[in-house]
Ligand binder design. Structure first.
Ligand code: PRP
Length: 219
């Protein structure tokens, strides 16, 4: 019999990877090596199941999957929308739930209503541009930031921000609020397009088991 090749997973380092591993464990996919929380290793192997796992930054997961160095990936919907890679999005994993929103001080509401030229700071310039240009038909100046985006309106760099809101406490503690909601977000499973053809059975079995597990959890 032909030796099975490794199926490789690219997971988003941190909380999403931990949640993903918990879920995979429920369908019998484990990786003992990854349980050592103090480890700085980035690649892990389960020889028995012929699986490999690696840990990457969220925005890089779709890149690894598009180029086929990972067959399967797990990352946030925000990263998928921002990176716009050619991959199959196959499953909403239901965790990592949050919202992509336009946020700012209450007084900025008016600027959004009247389609004024405003400055928008975001870690997600593609999502921000798509929302303002294609959905709202409002011309804006988008300023890319790499984190602590809430600073934008506070220090006067931008009128509003486009950012992730989970609990809302970062906004509250900085005197900002949600002005408009763009879309809901959660962790998604993605698959390389060629892998889906070449390893259909193995990949579909994983998707099916996960879907059943998630449906069961929801009941
Ligand atoms: C994210 C996001 C918000 C915050 C939202 O930032 O950009 O700042 O979390 O969460 P909350 O609604 O529960 O307060 P992250 O912690 O990833 O850090 P960053 O600002 O450096 O990107």
């Amino acid at each position: 019999m032909e030796e099975k090749r490794y199926l490789t997973f690219a997971l988003t380092k941190g909380r999403l990877a931990n949640k993903t591993l918990e879920l995979l464990e429920q369908i019998g996919i484990t990786c003992e090596e990854m349980k050592d929380k103090n480890s700085r290793k980035l690649i892990f192997v389960n020889e028995e199941l012929k699986l490999k796992f690696f840990l990457a930054k969220g925005p890089d997961v779709p890149t690894y999957v598009e180029y086929g160095v990972a067959d399967i990936g797990v990352t946030g919907k925000d990263e998928l929308l921002e990176e716009n890679r050619r991959v199959y999005e196959v499953l909403d994993l239901g965790f990592g739930k949050c919202r992509m929103c336009v946020c700012g001080p209450a007084k900025a509401k008016e600027l959004l209503k009247h389609h004024e030229m405003i400055r928008v700071a975001s870690k997600y310039p593609v999502i921000a541009k798509d929302y303002f240009y294609n959905k709202k038909h409002q011309t804006v100046d988008i300023i890319k930031l790499n984190g602590s985006v809430e600073l934008g309106p506070i220090v006067g760099l931008a009128d509003v921000i486009v950012d992730i809101v989970e609990t809302g406490s970062t906004l509250r503690e900085n005197g900002l609020e949600v002005l408009e909601e763009i879309c809901p977000l959660s962790a998604r499973m993605i698959v390389n397009q060629v892998s889906m053809q070449m390893e259909t059975d193995r990949i579909k079995e994983i998707i099916l088991k996960l879907r059943r597990q998630l449906d069961g959890d929801a009941k």
